[in-house]
Design a protein around this ligand. Structure first.
Ligand code: ADP
Length: 267
């Protein structure tokens, strides 16, 4: 069988909202492809259209024009082979279900037999370092641990693509660093394709193998940047590399340029 060269394809995607005060052009035109096994970060200033893009990618919102295809099929509803991890872990886990049952829920919904489900859930919880809290409830865990449960749930589902929407914006800096390392480990261990959306420039450079820098709204892809940092990264030595500083400065400048373009008076 021929190797697939593209998993997710976004072609000339446009989105204009119709609001009471008139049309709002959120996405001007976005085009990019993600290859199987890539770890791609999408970074852009607040209000630039990241959430709109994600909703279109995950089939929750119909674009005004253009297309999203996953594995060659147009996305018109939430795809079975995509798992999404949201920022608000508190609202994405069911408080009346144990950690194990939260992680098992999507597998149950998919009709995965019990024995297979148990193995997948235990493996996923082990992968995120939570084997010890199987029988606890989400509200008995810290915010960072709850987000690990949400990641385990996505991993257990064995998606082709894992989409993460600013998943660490609500946790403290130390927990965030641990969770960033967890994402890279999961990506390396499982070979899953990851699309990670963030407004944090350093995070996008530290995590990504590739960073798409979005312009201000109406959005387009301002730059598609390869991150040529070593595959084995750690919070201290990677962030201390001169190349890390160069890359984050470059992305920062791009985003400042995007913001200036947004506020510049039209001639
Ligand atoms: P981000 O996630 O990057 O902060 P959003 O996708 O939420 O950006 O928003 C992009 C633009 O679209 C913003 O100008 C926002 O005000 C506008 N927008 C978002 N949702 C709606 C909506 N439902 N109706 C009208 N405008 C919207």
């Amino acid at each position: 069988m021929a190797e697939r060269s593209v998993l997710l394809s976004v072609q000339d995607l446009k989105k204009t909202y119709v609001s009471a005060t008139g049309p709002v052009e959120a996405i001007g035109s976005i085009t990019f492809d993600v290859r199987p096994g890539e770890l791609v970060c999408i970074v852009g200033p607040s209000g630039c259209g990241k959430t709109t893009l994600l909703k279109c990618l995950s089939g929750l919102l119909a674009p005004t024009a253009g297309s999203v295809t996953l594995d060659g099929a147009p996305v018109t509803e939430p795809p079975r082979t995509m798992a999404v991890v949201f920022q608000e872990y508190g609202r994405s886990l069911y408080p009346w279900l144990t950690v194990r049952d939260n992680v098992a829920l999507p597998l149950r919904a998919r009709g995965v037999p019990r024995a297979e489900r148990t193995t997948a859930v235990e493996r996923a919880l082990e992968e995120v370092g939570l084997s010890q809290v199987l029988h606890k409830y989400p509200w008995q865990l810290s915010g960072g641990m709850q987000q690990r449960v949400a990641i385990a749930r996505a991993v257990a589902y064995q998606p082709e693509i894992l989409v993460m929407d600013e998943p660490f914006a609500a946790v403290d800096a130390q927990t965030r660093a641990d969770l960033e390392d967890l994402v890279r480990r999961v990506w390396q261990d499982l070979g899953v394709t990851v699309l990670f959306v963030t407004h944090d420039i350093d995070e996008s450079v530290y995590l990504g193998e590739r960073v798409l820098v979005l312009s201000s709204s109406p959005t387009f892809v301002q730059e598609d940047l390869a991150i040529d940092l070593p595959a084995q990264r750690d919070q201290l030595s990677t962030r201390a590399l001169p190349r890390f500083t160069e890359l984050r400065t470059h992305v920062y400048e791009q985003i400042q340029r995007a913001k200036r373009a947004e506020t510049a008076p039209t001639p």
